[in-house]
Design a protein around this ligand. Structure first.
Ligand SMILES: *Cc1c(COP(=O)(O)O)cnc(C)c1O
Length: 456
């Protein structure tokens, strides 16, 4: 399988190259040249597969031939760390359908892709003399998932940038209590978008990128999208429906884009519902066509406190008729004028596949309360934003993606609602462990110096 960039269709790179690079050299995102489409009868045949075998089936469509023989083991090893023997659970409570994606080691859906990615890195690097540096910006959950996936892996150093005081205490503890020589946690004085922008600038710094052999595991990494396609298939195949919608708590547009890919691959998805908190850039663009980042407002669903939604560029590529020059121009508009606008035809195209909703803090809390009272089920604040659509549309068939375990936002749920949350086995003793991280200013040169010092 060969890949090109959303800003340059002439690129022709193989899976290993795009996997290790993350971001395309022109600043665009990688896309595959061919997308396999499953027929209805092929889909029926997939019903009998367990999660691991289905993951092999889906992921092998996108990787290179040399990785395929290793893939079965990589997948098996990755999901052996999960606390649910089926890997994911589809919980049906009346007309509500919840896909629990928090049974991995760090209690959020990020583990589903990150564990596999960690083992692919190991496959590519363990027998080479190549050393790489991974830098990742996190709004709370990516960092922990990356740390658990990469701790003590050979030839890899991982630097995790989180916004200081803007992640939940449980989220921070998951990141800062892992004791491994190749893991470095940095609290940055800024918000998530600032951290993400630092990482993007590091990739643009050719000298630095080469000096440390920089690689990315943010949701722009195509490998993550591919692994996330799997659970859309898995959930659909376990429902007895001809067509189904998915409601997805959304920030960087990675998870929901995986759902869009699943639809392109033939999965009969009706609508993908973009759920946001008050940081609503995606809701605004999906209703007005104007993509315009505004200031980030901290919320009780911090993993969605994002205003620069990187993976949206992959959707734009389709909306503008797969014209890389138009994508490059829109991205230039964004950096020059602070916004871009898609035209009416492009917006109509978007609306064929997507709906959106924006949920304010007060309503998020009341949704958590209602689901607990009516269904005796506790959801986290991210999941609550997507649950709104299900509660408001009781006659449509919707699966809500539960992106994090409520324990990760224990303080919010317990303090504001008085709902007590049991500690899952993944978090046993977590709160008593010593933390290890350094705090740095939002200053690119200082962060670069820190990374150089630790890696040379
Ligand atoms: C990362 C995250 C999201 C947002 O996912 P994207 O792929 O960035 O859209 C939503 N909820 C939780 C709990 C997350 O960790």
């Amino acid at each position: 399988m060969k890949y090109f960039s959303t800003r340059d269709k002439n690129l022709n790179l193989d899976f290993k190259e795009i996997f290790l690079r993350g971001l395309a050299p022109d600043g665009g995102l990688f896309l595959p040249k061919v997308v396999k489409r499953y027929s209805t009868s092929e889909l029926v045949n997939l019903k009998k597969l367990n999660y691991q075998d289905l993951a092999y089936e889906i992921i092998s469509n996108f990787c290179s031939d040399d990785l395929k023989p290793k893939l079965t083991n990589i997948i098996k090893k990755s999901y052996s760390n999960f606390f649910d023997k089926n890997v994911v659970t589809l919980k049906q409570l009346d007309h509500l359908n919840f896909l629990e994606l928090y049974h991995g080691p760090t209690l959020a859906f990020k583990d589903y892709a990150m564990q596999v990615i960690g083992n692919i890195y190991e496959e590519y690097l363990s027998n080479s003399d190549q050393k790489i540096t991974i830098v990742v910006a996190t709004s709370g959950d990516t960092g922990a998932a990356a740390i658990y996936a990469l701790a003590n892996k050979k030839n890899i150093n991982l630097f995790v940038l989180h916004p200081e005081n803007k992640v939940s205490p449980v989220q921070r503890k998951f990141m800062t209590t892992v004791n491994a020589k190749n893991i470095f946690n940095l609290a940055i004085k800024g918000n998530f978008d600032d951290c993400q922008s630092m990482v993007k600038k590091m990739f643009m710094d050719e000298k630095f990128r080469k000096a440390v052999n920089l690689s990315a595991v943010n949701s722009i990494n195509w490998g993550r999208i591919v692994c996330q396609i799997v659970y859309y298939f898995y959930a659909f195949l376990r429902m007895d429906e001809d067509k189904i919608s998915f409601a997805v708590p959304t920030g960087n547009f990675g998870d929901i884009y995986a759902g869009y890919m699943a639809k392109k691959m033939g999965l009969p998805i009706d609508k993908l519902i973009i759920a946001t908190n008050e940081n609503d850039i995606l809701h605004r663009v999906a209703t007005t066509g104007k993509y315009e980042p505004k200031g980030v407002k901290p919320s009780i669903s911090p993993s969605m406190d994002i205003q620069v939604s990187s993976n949206f560029e992959r959707l734009i590529f389709d909306l503008v008729g797969e014209d890389a020059e138009v994508v490059a121009k829109l991205m230039k508009d964004l950096s020059n004028n602070g916004s871009f606008t898609i035209n009416k035809d492009q917006l109509d195209k978007l609306k064929k596949d997507f709906l959106s909703c924006r949920v304010e803090e007060k309503e998020t809390l009341s949704i958590i309360e209602k689901v607990k009272e009516d269904y005796n089920f506790i959801i986290d604040p991210h999941t609550a934003t997507a649950t709104k659509y299900s509660l408001d549309n009781i006659n449509s068939k919707v699966i809500v993606l539960c992106t994090a375990h409520p324990f990760k936002f224990k303080d919010t749920i317990e303090n504001k609602l008085g709902i007590k949350i049991n500690t899952p086995p993944q978090a046993k003793n977590l709160m008593d462990k010593a933390e290890n991280f350094d705090t740095l200013d939002l200053n690119l040169q200082q962060i670069i110096k820190y990374i150089l010092d630790k890696t040379q």
